[in-house]
Write a protein that binds this ligand. Structure first.
Ligand code: SF4
Length: 359
């Protein structure tokens, strides 16, 4: 860092110059820049790649072009547009934050990092991205991409997520942040991380930082950031039950707001330990052994892996559970696009409806 300071901010100058030639400037959230548009993009981009985000972002903006429209939506409508993007807590937090912004800030996002950080789902890096990109303030960001760049550039030892590593990375991020061109610098360092300093095989020969980058100079890019030895995820299992009525509508149940798939529509679930038939009797009063397995899949959560068996009940029992439209409803294939549905549930439903059509 001393070296860099002695040369002025060579780090920032190099990446700004690179950005002016090679940086991305036509992503959807880079036009008509305002705090709302940047906020939504930053949240969608967490743990998700740019090319996956683009269609989701465009659909979201069409339906909810501003804080006001988002705050007046219902959560189902928001989650429907989030379906398939994963990490649904992000979608719920956007919705809750929009309500707070409307009530407490007259519909305008607050303009300090501290105030932004009081909103659900906005951490320091996201808040700083909003203030630097929209207001051109020297507030450094530290998302996954930037962490990778800095860890390699300085050969920072230790695991990402360790508090002393995190502290050091924030300190470096602050030291390197230029006082001018802040918006461009933020975009530039994000682009370096996602376009050049990639997780595997970074493209150092095109990187404007290569002459000062410690990991590159020492031929150690593959060693940084340190990789935490992965513990195998605990395994759990469950059974999704497809209950169809005589009109081939399928029962969905709304998950409680907190916990896995919170607030999303899900197939009724049973735990198979006691035997499927016993569980079916207990949970749905179904005297049926006429179920068959239509699909088996696994779904990874951050803290466990779920093995899912999907069964359908063939005796078409009606009135097993009455629809109450808030927590339970019978849905047809046409209803699916309007509901917030978790990915494995959607996969199960599409497989089921496909088979039904073929039969
Ligand atoms: S030189 Fe290589 S390792 Fe260093 S910042 Fe650039 S891409 Fe990353």
């Amino acid at each position: 860092v001393n070296n860099i300071k002695a040369n002025g901010n060579k780090f920032a100058d190099s990446i700004l110059e690179w950005y002016s030639k090679y940086g991305r400037t036509s992503l959807p959230w880079q036009s008509n820049i305002n705090a709302y548009r940047v906020w939504i993009s930053e949240i969608m981009l967490q743990q998700t790649q740019v090319k996956t985000v683009i269609p989701y972002y465009e659909r979201f903006m069409k339906r909810f072009p501003d804080v006001c429209s988002l705050s007046q939506a219902n959560l189902d409508g928001v989650l429907a547009l989030w379906s398939g993007l994963g990490y649904y807590q992000r979608g719920r937090n956007l919705y809750y934050s929009a309500k707070i912004i409307t009530e407490n800030y007259g519909g305008k996002l607050p303009n300090t990092v501290e105030e932004l950080m009081t909103l659900p789902g906005i951490g320091r890096s996201t808040a700083s991205a909003i203030t630097s990109i929209v207001l051109n303030l020297p507030t450094p960001i530290l998302d996954g991409n930037v962490k990778r760049v800095l860890t390699r550039f300085f050969m920072i030892e230790g695991y990402l997520g360790q508090s002393q590593v995190n502290k050091l990375l924030w300190q470096k991020a602050e030291e390197l942040m230029p006082g001018t061109n802040c918006a461009k610098y933020t975009q530039a360092i994000m682009d370096i991380g996602s376009m050049l300093c990639t997780r595997t095989k970074p493209i150092c020969n095109q990187c404007p930082l290569q002459s000062d980058c410690s990991a590159h100079k020492n031929n150690k890019t593959a060693d940084f950031p340190y990789k935490k030895p992965k513990k195998p995820l605990p395994q759990k299992s469950c059974v999704f039950v497809i209950l169809a009525d005589a009109y081939n509508k399928v029962m969905l149940i709304k998950r409680p707001p907190k916990g896995i798939w919170g607030g999303l529509w899900c197939l009724p679930m049973i735990e198979p330990q006691c035997g499927i038939n016993i569980e079916l009797r207990k949970s749905f009063k179904l005297e049926s052994n006429k179920h068959h397995t239509i699909l088996k899949l696994t779904h990874k959560f951050s803290h466990f892996e779920l093995a899912i068996k999907v069964i359908s009940i063939t005796n078409k029992s009606q009135n097993v559970l009455m629809s109450d439209s808030i927590k339970r409803r019978w849905v047809s294939i046409e209803d699916l696009p309007n509901l917030g549905i978790a990915k494995p549930v959607m996969t199960s439903l599409l497989t089921y409806f496909d088979k039904e059509v073929l039969v």
